[in-house]
Ligand binder design. Structure first.
Ligand SMILES: Cc1ncc(COP(=O)(O)O)c(C=O)c1O
Length: 485
Protein backbone atom coordinates (compact mmCIF):
# COMPACT_ATOMS: atom_id res chain seq x y z
CA UNK A 1 0.00 0.00 0.00
CA UNK A 2 1.27 3.41 -0.99
CA UNK A 3 1.33 5.52 2.19
CA UNK A 4 2.26 9.18 2.14
CA UNK A 5 5.65 10.10 3.59
CA UNK A 6 5.17 12.68 6.35
CA UNK A 7 8.82 13.09 7.33
CA UNK A 8 8.83 16.71 6.12
CA UNK A 9 6.00 17.79 8.44
CA UNK A 10 7.28 19.74 11.40
CA UNK A 11 5.04 21.12 14.12
CA UNK A 12 7.54 23.58 15.54
CA UNK A 13 5.97 26.40 17.58
CA UNK A 14 4.18 28.73 15.19
CA UNK A 15 1.80 30.85 17.25
CA UNK A 16 -1.23 28.82 16.15
CA UNK A 17 -2.72 25.70 17.69
CA UNK A 18 -1.16 22.35 16.82
CA UNK A 19 -4.37 21.32 15.10
CA UNK A 20 -4.49 24.45 12.94
CA UNK A 21 -0.79 24.14 12.09
CA UNK A 22 -1.16 20.50 11.03
CA UNK A 23 -4.36 21.24 9.09
CA UNK A 24 -2.61 24.01 7.07
CA UNK A 25 0.43 21.85 6.34
CA UNK A 26 -1.63 18.93 5.08
CA UNK A 27 -3.92 21.20 3.10
CA UNK A 28 -1.04 22.96 1.33
CA UNK A 29 0.57 19.61 0.39
CA UNK A 30 -2.70 18.50 -1.17
CA UNK A 31 -3.30 21.77 -2.99
CA UNK A 32 0.17 21.99 -4.46
CA UNK A 33 -0.05 18.41 -5.69
CA UNK A 34 2.67 16.88 -3.53
CA UNK A 35 0.14 14.57 -1.92
CA UNK A 36 -1.67 13.22 -4.93
CA UNK A 37 -5.36 12.32 -5.18
CA UNK A 38 -6.11 8.86 -3.87
CA UNK A 39 -2.92 8.57 -1.80
CA UNK A 40 -3.34 7.02 1.65
CA UNK A 41 -2.47 8.97 4.79
CA UNK A 42 -0.78 7.29 7.74
CA UNK A 43 -3.18 6.02 10.38
CA UNK A 44 -4.04 8.45 13.16
CA UNK A 45 -1.95 6.33 15.56
CA UNK A 46 1.15 6.35 13.30
CA UNK A 47 0.81 10.06 12.62
CA UNK A 48 0.47 10.81 16.35
CA UNK A 49 3.54 8.71 17.16
CA UNK A 50 5.68 10.23 14.43
CA UNK A 51 4.72 13.83 15.19
CA UNK A 52 4.72 13.24 18.96
CA UNK A 53 1.30 14.79 19.50
CA UNK A 54 -1.88 13.31 20.96
CA UNK A 55 -3.96 11.02 18.81
CA UNK A 56 -6.92 13.26 19.55
CA UNK A 57 -5.24 16.18 17.77
CA UNK A 58 -4.73 14.00 14.69
CA UNK A 59 -8.29 12.67 14.74
CA UNK A 60 -9.72 16.19 14.96
CA UNK A 61 -7.45 17.43 12.16
CA UNK A 62 -8.37 14.55 9.86
CA UNK A 63 -12.05 15.07 10.66
CA UNK A 64 -11.81 18.73 9.73
CA UNK A 65 -10.01 17.88 6.46
CA UNK A 66 -12.76 15.36 5.67
CA UNK A 67 -15.47 17.92 6.50
CA UNK A 68 -13.87 20.44 4.12
CA UNK A 69 -13.49 17.90 1.32
CA UNK A 70 -9.70 17.47 1.25
CA UNK A 71 -9.74 13.92 2.58
CA UNK A 72 -12.13 11.03 2.39
CA UNK A 73 -12.50 8.48 5.14
CA UNK A 74 -13.08 4.89 4.03
CA UNK A 75 -14.42 2.49 6.66
CA UNK A 76 -11.83 -0.11 7.69
CA UNK A 77 -9.21 1.26 5.29
CA UNK A 78 -8.30 4.73 6.54
CA UNK A 79 -7.98 8.27 5.21
CA UNK A 80 -7.19 9.17 1.57
CA UNK A 81 -6.56 12.38 -0.34
CA UNK A 82 -9.84 13.28 -2.00
CA UNK A 83 -10.17 12.70 -5.74
CA UNK A 84 -12.33 15.77 -6.21
CA UNK A 85 -11.25 18.82 -4.28
CA UNK A 86 -13.81 21.46 -3.37
CA UNK A 87 -13.70 24.08 -6.13
CA UNK A 88 -13.58 27.06 -3.78
CA UNK A 89 -10.27 25.87 -2.31
CA UNK A 90 -8.50 25.18 -5.55
CA UNK A 91 -5.75 27.62 -6.46
CA UNK A 92 -6.01 29.00 -2.94
CA UNK A 93 -2.88 31.12 -2.53
CA UNK A 94 -2.33 30.03 1.07
CA UNK A 95 0.47 27.52 1.42
CA UNK A 96 1.57 27.80 -2.23
CA UNK A 97 5.11 28.58 -1.25
CA UNK A 98 6.66 26.15 -3.64
CA UNK A 99 5.99 25.56 -7.29
CA UNK A 100 4.73 22.30 -8.74
CA UNK A 101 4.94 23.88 -12.18
CA UNK A 102 7.70 23.70 -14.74
CA UNK A 103 8.90 27.05 -16.14
CA UNK A 104 6.47 26.51 -18.98
CA UNK A 105 3.55 26.41 -16.52
CA UNK A 106 2.80 22.76 -17.05
CA UNK A 107 2.34 20.78 -13.86
CA UNK A 108 5.21 18.31 -13.54
CA UNK A 109 3.95 16.57 -10.45
CA UNK A 110 0.56 15.35 -9.26
CA UNK A 111 -1.65 12.42 -10.15
CA UNK A 112 -0.90 11.17 -13.71
CA UNK A 113 1.89 13.70 -14.32
CA UNK A 114 4.11 11.96 -16.92
CA UNK A 115 7.73 11.06 -16.34
CA UNK A 116 7.65 10.56 -12.57
CA UNK A 117 8.86 7.33 -10.93
CA UNK A 118 7.10 5.78 -7.93
CA UNK A 119 8.94 7.18 -4.95
CA UNK A 120 7.21 5.27 -2.15
CA UNK A 121 8.90 1.98 -3.08
CA UNK A 122 12.41 3.38 -3.37
CA UNK A 123 14.73 1.84 -0.73
CA UNK A 124 15.49 5.15 0.95
CA UNK A 125 17.00 3.55 4.07
CA UNK A 126 19.62 1.65 2.02
CA UNK A 127 20.30 4.73 -0.08
CA UNK A 128 20.74 6.94 2.96
CA UNK A 129 23.17 4.45 4.47
CA UNK A 130 25.32 4.63 1.33
CA UNK A 131 25.14 8.42 1.21
CA UNK A 132 26.17 8.68 4.83
CA UNK A 133 29.07 6.29 4.38
CA UNK A 134 30.51 8.33 1.50
CA UNK A 135 29.74 11.74 2.98
CA UNK A 136 32.51 11.26 5.56
CA UNK A 137 35.20 10.63 2.92
CA UNK A 138 37.54 13.60 2.97
CA UNK A 139 38.87 12.74 -0.50
CA UNK A 140 35.45 13.48 -1.99
CA UNK A 141 35.30 17.04 -0.70
CA UNK A 142 37.40 18.78 -3.33
CA UNK A 143 36.82 19.25 -7.03
CA UNK A 144 36.46 15.96 -8.81
CA UNK A 145 37.08 14.34 -12.18
CA UNK A 146 35.03 16.34 -14.69
CA UNK A 147 34.18 13.17 -16.57
CA UNK A 148 32.68 11.61 -13.44
CA UNK A 149 33.73 9.43 -10.51
CA UNK A 150 35.70 6.51 -12.00
CA UNK A 151 34.06 3.77 -9.85
CA UNK A 152 30.67 5.01 -11.04
CA UNK A 153 31.74 4.97 -14.69
CA UNK A 154 33.05 1.43 -14.17
CA UNK A 155 29.83 0.31 -12.47
CA UNK A 156 27.72 1.88 -15.23
CA UNK A 157 29.91 0.24 -17.83
CA UNK A 158 29.13 -3.20 -16.36
CA UNK A 159 25.44 -2.37 -16.02
CA UNK A 160 25.07 -1.00 -19.58
CA UNK A 161 27.03 -3.87 -21.10
CA UNK A 162 24.85 -6.50 -19.50
CA UNK A 163 21.45 -4.81 -19.54
CA UNK A 164 21.48 -2.73 -22.74
CA UNK A 165 24.28 -4.33 -24.79
CA UNK A 166 26.05 -0.99 -25.01
CA UNK A 167 29.60 -1.43 -26.31
CA UNK A 168 32.08 0.97 -24.71
CA UNK A 169 34.82 1.34 -22.12
CA UNK A 170 34.51 3.46 -18.94
CA UNK A 171 36.53 6.24 -20.57
CA UNK A 172 33.74 6.80 -23.06
CA UNK A 173 31.20 7.41 -20.28
CA UNK A 174 30.57 10.94 -19.04
CA UNK A 175 28.51 11.47 -15.89
CA UNK A 176 26.06 14.37 -16.11
CA UNK A 177 23.33 15.97 -14.05
CA UNK A 178 20.65 14.00 -15.88
CA UNK A 179 19.64 13.27 -19.46
CA UNK A 180 18.83 16.95 -19.81
CA UNK A 181 22.47 17.93 -19.46
CA UNK A 182 23.58 15.04 -21.66
CA UNK A 183 21.23 16.22 -24.40
CA UNK A 184 22.56 19.78 -24.19
CA UNK A 185 26.19 18.58 -24.29
CA UNK A 186 25.52 16.22 -27.19
CA UNK A 187 23.72 18.82 -29.29
CA UNK A 188 26.36 21.47 -28.65
CA UNK A 189 29.25 19.07 -29.29
CA UNK A 190 27.79 17.81 -32.54
CA UNK A 191 26.96 21.33 -33.62
CA UNK A 192 30.53 22.45 -32.95
CA UNK A 193 31.80 19.84 -35.40
CA UNK A 194 29.11 20.71 -37.87
CA UNK A 195 28.71 21.77 -41.42
CA UNK A 196 25.72 24.11 -40.95
CA UNK A 197 23.26 21.33 -41.51
CA UNK A 198 20.22 20.94 -39.29
CA UNK A 199 19.64 18.68 -36.35
CA UNK A 200 16.46 16.64 -36.63
CA UNK A 201 14.11 15.97 -33.72
CA UNK A 202 10.99 13.87 -33.28
CA UNK A 203 7.58 15.54 -33.67
CA UNK A 204 5.80 15.24 -31.32
CA UNK A 205 8.78 14.82 -29.05
CA UNK A 206 10.51 15.45 -25.76
CA UNK A 207 10.07 19.12 -25.12
CA UNK A 208 13.32 19.52 -23.22
CA UNK A 209 15.29 18.92 -26.44
CA UNK A 210 13.69 21.82 -28.26
CA UNK A 211 14.33 24.03 -25.22
CA UNK A 212 18.07 23.38 -25.65
CA UNK A 213 17.94 23.97 -29.42
CA UNK A 214 16.06 27.24 -28.96
CA UNK A 215 18.24 28.44 -26.07
CA UNK A 216 21.43 27.95 -28.06
CA UNK A 217 19.87 29.07 -31.32
CA UNK A 218 20.58 25.80 -33.13
CA UNK A 219 18.85 25.12 -36.43
CA UNK A 220 16.51 22.13 -36.39
CA UNK A 221 13.92 20.27 -38.43
CA UNK A 222 11.08 18.00 -37.33
CA UNK A 223 10.45 14.35 -38.16
CA UNK A 224 6.86 13.11 -37.82
CA UNK A 225 5.90 10.34 -35.44
CA UNK A 226 2.37 8.99 -35.83
CA UNK A 227 0.38 6.35 -33.99
CA UNK A 228 -0.05 4.41 -37.23
CA UNK A 229 3.54 4.07 -38.35
CA UNK A 230 5.75 5.41 -35.59
CA UNK A 231 8.78 7.49 -36.59
CA UNK A 232 9.07 8.43 -40.25
CA UNK A 233 12.53 6.90 -40.73
CA UNK A 234 12.21 7.15 -44.48
CA UNK A 235 12.12 10.92 -44.19
CA UNK A 236 15.35 10.91 -42.19
CA UNK A 237 17.30 8.67 -44.54
CA UNK A 238 16.41 10.95 -47.43
CA UNK A 239 17.72 14.03 -45.64
CA UNK A 240 21.11 15.58 -45.25
CA UNK A 241 21.36 16.45 -41.58
CA UNK A 242 23.98 16.99 -38.95
CA UNK A 243 22.25 14.51 -36.71
CA UNK A 244 19.01 13.23 -35.27
CA UNK A 245 17.74 12.94 -31.69
CA UNK A 246 15.74 9.73 -31.15
CA UNK A 247 13.95 7.82 -28.38
CA UNK A 248 14.06 4.54 -30.33
CA UNK A 249 12.94 2.08 -27.65
CA UNK A 250 9.90 4.00 -26.44
CA UNK A 251 9.24 7.14 -28.44
CA UNK A 252 8.33 9.96 -26.12
CA UNK A 253 5.41 10.63 -26.00
CA UNK A 254 3.81 8.39 -28.68
CA UNK A 255 5.16 5.16 -27.21
CA UNK A 256 6.28 3.48 -30.45
CA UNK A 257 9.61 1.73 -31.00
CA UNK A 258 11.93 1.53 -34.00
CA UNK A 259 12.35 -2.03 -35.22
CA UNK A 260 15.72 -3.59 -36.06
CA UNK A 261 15.51 -3.17 -39.83
CA UNK A 262 14.83 0.54 -39.56
CA UNK A 263 17.47 0.91 -36.87
CA UNK A 264 19.99 -0.56 -39.31
CA UNK A 265 18.85 1.81 -42.06
CA UNK A 266 19.35 4.76 -39.74
CA UNK A 267 22.80 3.52 -38.71
CA UNK A 268 23.79 3.18 -42.38
CA UNK A 269 22.44 6.65 -43.10
CA UNK A 270 24.54 8.08 -40.27
CA UNK A 271 27.65 6.32 -41.59
CA UNK A 272 27.19 7.39 -45.19
CA UNK A 273 26.42 11.02 -44.35
CA UNK A 274 28.72 11.37 -41.35
CA UNK A 275 25.59 12.32 -39.43
CA UNK A 276 25.07 11.71 -35.71
CA UNK A 277 22.45 9.66 -33.91
CA UNK A 278 21.63 10.71 -30.36
CA UNK A 279 19.88 7.77 -28.73
CA UNK A 280 17.93 8.75 -25.60
CA UNK A 281 17.32 5.43 -23.84
CA UNK A 282 15.51 7.01 -20.90
CA UNK A 283 13.16 4.21 -19.77
CA UNK A 284 13.88 0.99 -21.67
CA UNK A 285 14.30 -0.96 -18.42
CA UNK A 286 10.49 -1.01 -18.33
CA UNK A 287 9.09 -2.96 -21.29
CA UNK A 288 6.03 -5.13 -20.64
CA UNK A 289 4.71 -6.31 -24.01
CA UNK A 290 7.88 -7.68 -25.53
CA UNK A 291 11.52 -8.23 -24.79
CA UNK A 292 13.35 -4.90 -25.01
CA UNK A 293 15.44 -4.42 -28.14
CA UNK A 294 19.08 -3.90 -27.33
CA UNK A 295 20.41 -0.36 -27.69
CA UNK A 296 21.01 1.13 -31.14
CA UNK A 297 24.52 1.94 -29.96
CA UNK A 298 25.16 -1.79 -29.37
CA UNK A 299 23.66 -2.70 -32.72
CA UNK A 300 25.83 -0.13 -34.49
CA UNK A 301 28.96 -1.30 -32.64
CA UNK A 302 28.38 -4.85 -33.84
CA UNK A 303 29.18 -3.73 -37.39
CA UNK A 304 31.88 -1.29 -36.29
CA UNK A 305 29.59 1.69 -36.90
CA UNK A 306 29.23 3.23 -33.44
CA UNK A 307 31.56 6.13 -34.19
CA UNK A 308 28.61 8.45 -34.83
CA UNK A 309 26.43 7.27 -31.97
CA UNK A 310 25.79 9.13 -28.71
CA UNK A 311 23.94 7.04 -26.12
CA UNK A 312 22.13 8.85 -23.31
CA UNK A 313 20.71 7.36 -20.10
CA UNK A 314 19.23 8.67 -16.87
CA UNK A 315 18.72 7.54 -13.28
CA UNK A 316 15.47 9.55 -13.05
CA UNK A 317 13.17 6.69 -14.02
CA UNK A 318 15.03 3.76 -12.47
CA UNK A 319 15.64 5.57 -9.16
CA UNK A 320 14.08 9.02 -8.63
CA UNK A 321 13.92 12.29 -10.53
CA UNK A 322 15.55 14.50 -7.91
CA UNK A 323 18.78 12.48 -7.93
CA UNK A 324 19.81 14.46 -11.02
CA UNK A 325 22.32 11.97 -12.34
CA UNK A 326 22.54 10.81 -15.92
CA UNK A 327 25.26 9.69 -18.27
CA UNK A 328 26.29 9.72 -21.88
CA UNK A 329 28.39 7.24 -23.85
CA UNK A 330 30.26 8.87 -26.70
CA UNK A 331 32.91 7.77 -29.21
CA UNK A 332 36.41 8.29 -27.82
CA UNK A 333 37.19 11.20 -30.12
CA UNK A 334 34.10 13.10 -28.91
CA UNK A 335 35.01 12.89 -25.20
CA UNK A 336 37.25 15.97 -25.18
CA UNK A 337 34.79 18.35 -26.78
CA UNK A 338 31.95 17.05 -24.58
CA UNK A 339 34.06 17.63 -21.46
CA UNK A 340 34.90 21.17 -22.56
CA UNK A 341 31.18 21.86 -22.89
CA UNK A 342 30.36 20.21 -19.57
CA UNK A 343 33.11 22.28 -17.94
CA UNK A 344 31.60 25.46 -19.33
CA UNK A 345 28.03 24.54 -18.39
CA UNK A 346 28.42 23.19 -14.87
CA UNK A 347 31.87 21.90 -13.99
CA UNK A 348 32.03 18.57 -12.20
CA UNK A 349 29.16 16.55 -10.74
CA UNK A 350 28.45 16.21 -6.96
CA UNK A 351 30.83 13.55 -5.67
CA UNK A 352 29.01 11.91 -2.75
CA UNK A 353 25.95 10.96 -4.76
CA UNK A 354 28.19 9.54 -7.48
CA UNK A 355 30.11 7.42 -4.97
CA UNK A 356 26.90 6.22 -3.31
CA UNK A 357 25.41 5.40 -6.70
CA UNK A 358 28.47 3.38 -7.72
CA UNK A 359 28.01 1.24 -4.63
CA UNK A 360 24.23 1.04 -5.13
CA UNK A 361 24.91 -0.45 -8.58
CA UNK A 362 27.81 -2.69 -7.52
CA UNK A 363 25.89 -4.16 -4.56
CA UNK A 364 23.08 -5.22 -6.91
CA UNK A 365 20.58 -2.81 -5.32
CA UNK A 366 19.83 -1.04 -8.59
CA UNK A 367 19.03 -4.23 -10.47
CA UNK A 368 16.86 -5.47 -7.58
CA UNK A 369 14.97 -2.19 -7.46
CA UNK A 370 14.45 -2.20 -11.23
CA UNK A 371 13.13 -5.77 -11.08
CA UNK A 372 10.64 -4.82 -8.38
CA UNK A 373 9.56 -1.66 -10.18
CA UNK A 374 9.15 -3.46 -13.50
CA UNK A 375 6.51 -5.69 -11.89
CA UNK A 376 4.89 -2.70 -10.22
CA UNK A 377 4.70 -0.56 -13.37
CA UNK A 378 3.47 -3.50 -15.40
CA UNK A 379 0.66 -3.98 -12.89
CA UNK A 380 -0.24 -0.29 -13.09
CA UNK A 381 -0.04 -0.27 -16.88
CA UNK A 382 -2.45 -3.20 -17.21
CA UNK A 383 -4.84 -1.72 -14.66
CA UNK A 384 -4.81 1.65 -16.43
CA UNK A 385 -5.42 0.02 -19.77
CA UNK A 386 -8.23 -2.14 -18.44
CA UNK A 387 -9.91 0.86 -16.75
CA UNK A 388 -9.58 2.98 -19.92
CA UNK A 389 -11.16 0.19 -22.00
CA UNK A 390 -13.97 -0.29 -19.48
CA UNK A 391 -14.77 3.40 -19.01
CA UNK A 392 -14.12 4.76 -22.50
CA UNK A 393 -14.86 1.78 -24.73
CA UNK A 394 -13.96 2.68 -28.31
CA UNK A 395 -14.08 6.41 -27.52
CA UNK A 396 -10.38 6.46 -26.57
CA UNK A 397 -7.62 4.52 -28.32
CA UNK A 398 -4.48 3.63 -26.38
CA UNK A 399 -1.72 4.23 -28.93
CA UNK A 400 1.40 3.66 -26.84
CA UNK A 401 3.06 0.27 -26.37
CA UNK A 402 3.20 -1.44 -22.99
CA UNK A 403 6.36 0.23 -21.74
CA UNK A 404 7.73 2.98 -19.55
CA UNK A 405 5.71 5.06 -17.16
CA UNK A 406 3.00 6.54 -19.35
CA UNK A 407 0.03 5.76 -21.57
CA UNK A 408 -0.85 7.89 -24.57
CA UNK A 409 -4.46 8.02 -25.75
CA UNK A 410 -6.25 9.58 -28.70
CA UNK A 411 -9.89 10.34 -29.49
CA UNK A 412 -11.73 11.47 -32.60
CA UNK A 413 -14.47 13.57 -30.95
CA UNK A 414 -14.41 17.37 -30.76
CA UNK A 415 -13.42 17.42 -27.06
CA UNK A 416 -10.60 19.92 -26.81
CA UNK A 417 -7.51 18.37 -25.15
CA UNK A 418 -6.58 21.64 -23.39
CA UNK A 419 -10.07 22.15 -22.03
CA UNK A 420 -10.10 18.54 -20.87
CA UNK A 421 -6.74 18.80 -19.14
CA UNK A 422 -7.74 22.07 -17.44
CA UNK A 423 -10.94 20.49 -16.20
CA UNK A 424 -9.00 17.45 -14.95
CA UNK A 425 -6.51 19.74 -13.19
CA UNK A 426 -9.35 21.45 -11.37
CA UNK A 427 -10.02 17.98 -9.95
CA UNK A 428 -6.37 17.55 -9.05
CA UNK A 429 -5.56 15.18 -11.94
CA UNK A 430 -2.73 16.08 -14.31
CA UNK A 431 -3.27 14.92 -17.89
CA UNK A 432 -0.81 16.40 -20.34
CA UNK A 433 -2.19 17.56 -23.71
CA UNK A 434 -0.33 16.24 -26.75
CA UNK A 435 0.10 19.80 -27.94
CA UNK A 436 2.68 20.26 -25.15
CA UNK A 437 5.01 18.04 -27.20
CA UNK A 438 4.51 19.96 -30.45
CA UNK A 439 6.90 22.88 -30.79
CA UNK A 440 5.04 24.33 -33.79
CA UNK A 441 1.31 24.80 -34.12
CA UNK A 442 -0.23 21.87 -35.81
CA UNK A 443 -3.78 21.07 -36.92
CA UNK A 444 -4.88 17.58 -36.00
CA UNK A 445 -8.08 15.66 -36.54
CA UNK A 446 -7.89 14.05 -33.11
CA UNK A 447 -7.41 14.94 -29.46
CA UNK A 448 -4.72 13.27 -27.41
CA UNK A 449 -3.31 13.29 -23.89
CA UNK A 450 -0.49 11.57 -22.02
CA UNK A 451 -1.20 9.93 -18.66
CA UNK A 452 1.75 9.11 -16.42
CA UNK A 453 1.07 6.24 -14.04
CA UNK A 454 4.58 5.96 -12.57
CA UNK A 455 3.84 7.73 -9.30
CA UNK A 456 0.04 7.31 -9.29
CA UNK A 457 -0.96 5.24 -6.25
CA UNK A 458 -2.15 1.85 -7.52
CA UNK A 459 -5.27 2.03 -5.37
CA UNK A 460 -6.32 5.38 -6.88
CA UNK A 461 -6.21 4.30 -10.53
CA UNK A 462 -9.73 2.86 -10.88
CA UNK A 463 -11.43 5.84 -9.29
CA UNK A 464 -9.27 8.40 -11.12
CA UNK A 465 -9.87 6.92 -14.57
CA UNK A 466 -13.59 6.87 -13.72
CA UNK A 467 -13.35 10.55 -12.85
CA UNK A 468 -11.57 11.29 -16.14
CA UNK A 469 -14.33 9.49 -18.05
CA UNK A 470 -17.00 11.48 -16.21
CA UNK A 471 -15.23 14.77 -17.08
CA UNK A 472 -14.55 13.79 -20.68
CA UNK A 473 -18.15 12.75 -21.40
CA UNK A 474 -19.42 15.87 -19.63
CA UNK A 475 -17.39 18.00 -22.08
CA UNK A 476 -18.53 15.91 -25.01
CA UNK A 477 -22.19 16.31 -24.04
CA UNK A 478 -21.76 20.06 -23.50
CA UNK A 479 -20.31 20.34 -27.02
CA UNK A 480 -23.25 18.39 -28.45
CA UNK A 481 -25.74 20.68 -26.64
CA UNK A 482 -23.92 23.80 -27.90
CA UNK A 483 -24.08 22.50 -31.46
CA UNK A 484 -27.78 21.71 -31.18
CA UNK A 485 -28.61 25.24 -29.97
C1 LIG B 1 12.48 11.42 -23.31
C2 LIG B 1 13.10 11.62 -21.98
N1 LIG B 1 14.43 11.57 -21.86
C3 LIG B 1 15.03 11.72 -20.66
C4 LIG B 1 14.31 11.93 -19.51
C5 LIG B 1 15.02 12.05 -18.19
O1 LIG B 1 15.58 13.26 -18.05
P1 LIG B 1 16.48 13.65 -16.78
O2 LIG B 1 17.54 12.63 -16.62
O3 LIG B 1 17.01 15.00 -17.15
O4 LIG B 1 15.56 13.69 -15.59
C6 LIG B 1 12.93 12.02 -19.59
C7 LIG B 1 12.14 12.33 -18.38
O5 LIG B 1 10.94 12.48 -18.38
C8 LIG B 1 12.31 11.85 -20.85
O6 LIG B 1 10.97 11.90 -20.96
Amino acid sequence: MNVIDISDISLAKSGVTLQHNLFSQIRSRILNGRWVSGAKLPSTRTMANQLKVSRNTIIQTYDQLVAEGYLVSKPHSGFFVSLTLPDQYLNAPEGKNESALGVDNTPNSGLFAPGVAEFALFPTAQWNRLLQRHSTRISLLGNQDLQGHLPLREALHRYLTSSRSVVCNPNQIIITSGAQQSIAIALLAINSLGNNEKLLVEFPGYRQVVKVLDTFNLDYGLVDVTAERGLNTEYIINQKALGVYLTPSNQYPMGSSIQTEQRLQLINWAQENKSWIIEDDYDSEFQFDSRPLRSMQGLAAESGNANHMVYIGSMSKVMFNALRIGYMVVPEDLVKVCLEIKDALSGDTPSHTQAALAEFIDEGMLVRHIRKMRRRYEQKYHLMKQCITERFGSEWQVVSQGAGLHITVQWQSDVDEHQFSELALSHNIVVRPMNYYEPISHKRSYGSVVLGYGNAPLESIVESVEKLAELYFELKNDNAVDLAE
